[in-house]
Write a protein that binds this ligand. Structure first.
Ligand code: ATP
Length: 419
């Protein structure tokens, strides 16, 4: 009989004490209900790699929702139930625990959502993406910590290999192509040679995944610590080009990403800037294609559009003697993340200085007089009043007027008849 590996030591040292007690309790309660529960996926992989993983996935041979209900630890914990999918999510402090019922999956056609049936832990592991993610740890009290590794995940961890479980894996679900790249680059592993051949063979299957799923995969890459690594690899493999043929994961991009981190951007703001920088080489029409293909939400679409527009205007901005008002009117209609991305993207020191001037100073400058003041001076509402306000704004920006009195005199000079 094959030797069994027990990870109890790694569980105790690798996870917070309260979480370990919770896992023990989960095993005990499941056993009392005549069920079996397992720790699966990324948490097992990361335990074996000696890393802490606080997003825990549990698989139950039986009824996951019933077990989750029984285990809700206290009033502060948050339990969300999706009865239709037989899943539940428990959030308690810094950890979150997903409960799912063990299932088997079959794919009617590439890229389609799989047909799901209740199954065993073996079935559940077989539906997974890579061997290193297809391991489970039993939480049964009688064999707590015992590793279940039917596909050689431990060996692949030791060899630092990303390997699919079967040769149709990328055909069933081409998002696994992106996932392979992401794990490879995050963990500093290699996509194993047979898997790499399958991946290259199945690049055309990327068209079978929906826009929303492609966008999600790209978002996951952009949330990695060094997304430029995954994008470079995706570029080399022709995966990035399936999103848009003009995208490049090159050294130019890597340098800009590093700079975005250096200036202290984090979280969602950083991810937005990464996406904008990735799209920077695209011309206006190409940016529109990308927006449509990824079905980007309004705020992101606006950033990409504004950035494409700024890129078109870069020649005008490279002029050494622009007046403040010219700088203002070239930049003012663009959202802040687009300006920030443009500043990171441009190779021109002068353009960067103009953007700083706009961001630090010009965007706050407004004339002292407003429409009401002009009406009080006898100017009727309409295009003329609008034009006067514009001229006042220009004069303020360029320092031609510096006080309210200057502005009043300027209006009187321009509209002598009404005075
Ligand atoms: P991380 O969160 O660190 O990226 P993870 O392994 O927890 O890693 P999730 O995306 O949360 O990643 O997925 C949990 C588990 O579900 C994976 O470990 C894998 O076993 C399985 N899985 C996720 N997506 C797929 C997929 N497209 N095909 C097959 N299995 C998948």
């Amino acid at each position: 009989m094959a030797e069994t590996t027990n990870l109890v030591g790694k569980i105790v040292t690798g996870l917070p004490e309260a979480l370990v007690s919770f896992l023990r309790q989960a095993g005990e309660v499941a056993a009392s209900q005549g069920q079996h529960v397992y720790l699966v996926g990324g948490a097992v992989r990361d335990l074996l790699l000696g890393e802490t993983h606080l997003d825990i996935d549990l698989v139950v041979e039986g009824d996951a929702v019933a077990l989750a209900r029984e285990l809700k630890p206290d009033a502060d914990a948050w339990l969300t139930i999706h009865s239709r999918f037989g899943t539940a999510k428990l959030k308690a402090g810094e950890w979150s625990i997903d409960f799912a019922t063990a299932r088997s999956e079959t794919y009617a056609r590439p890229g389609a959502l799989p047909k799901v049936q209740p199954g065993t832990i073996q079935d559940d592991l077989f539906r997974r993406d890579f061997t290193i993610n297809a391991m489970a740890v039993s939480l049964d009290p009688s064999r707590f910590g015992e590793l279940i590794d039917p596909h050689g995940g431990m060996d692949d961890l030791a060899r630092k290999h990303i390997r699919t479980l079967h040769e149709k894996s990328f055909i069933d679900d081409a998002t696994r192509i992106w996932r392979a790249i992401r794990y490879e680059q995050r963990l500093d592993f290699r996509i194993e040679s047979v898997t790499l051949r399958l991946l290259q063979r199945d690049i055309p299957m990327l068209v079978t995944i929906s826009s929303d799923r492609v966008r999600h995969e790209l978002e996951f890459v952009l949330k990695e610590k060094y997304p430029e690594k995954g994008l470079k690899r995706a570029g080399e493999l022709g995966v990035l080009q399936a999103v848009h043929p003009s995208l490049k994961g090159d050294g130019w991009l890597a340098a800009r990403f590093a700079r975005a981190r250096q200036i202290g951007l984090t979280g969602d703001s950083l991810a937005r800037i990464y996406l904008a920088l990735l799209a920077y080489p695209l011309a206006v029409a190409e940016a529109e294609q990308l927006i449509a293909y990824l079905r980007l939400p309004g705020t992101l679409a606006r950033i990409l559009r504004d950035l494409a527009d700024l890129r078109e205007k870069r020649k005008e901005l490279e002029h050494p003697e622009l007046a403040n008002s010219e700088v203002f009117f070239l930049l003012y209609s663009h959202v802040l993340p687009a300006l920030l991305a443009f500043k990171l993207a441009t190779g021109s020191k002068m353009v960067r200085q103009y953007i700083d001037l706009y961001l630090d100073k010009l965007r706050y400058i407004r004339p002292a007089l407003n429409g009401d003041d002009l009406r009080a001076m006898g100017i009727a509402p309409g295009p003329r009043l609008k034009d006067l306000l514009h001229r006042l704004h220009v004069a303020r920006l360029d320092g031609v007027v510096t006080s309210r009195q200057d502005e009043v005199e300027m209006v009187r000079r321009l509209v002598p008849l009404q005075t």
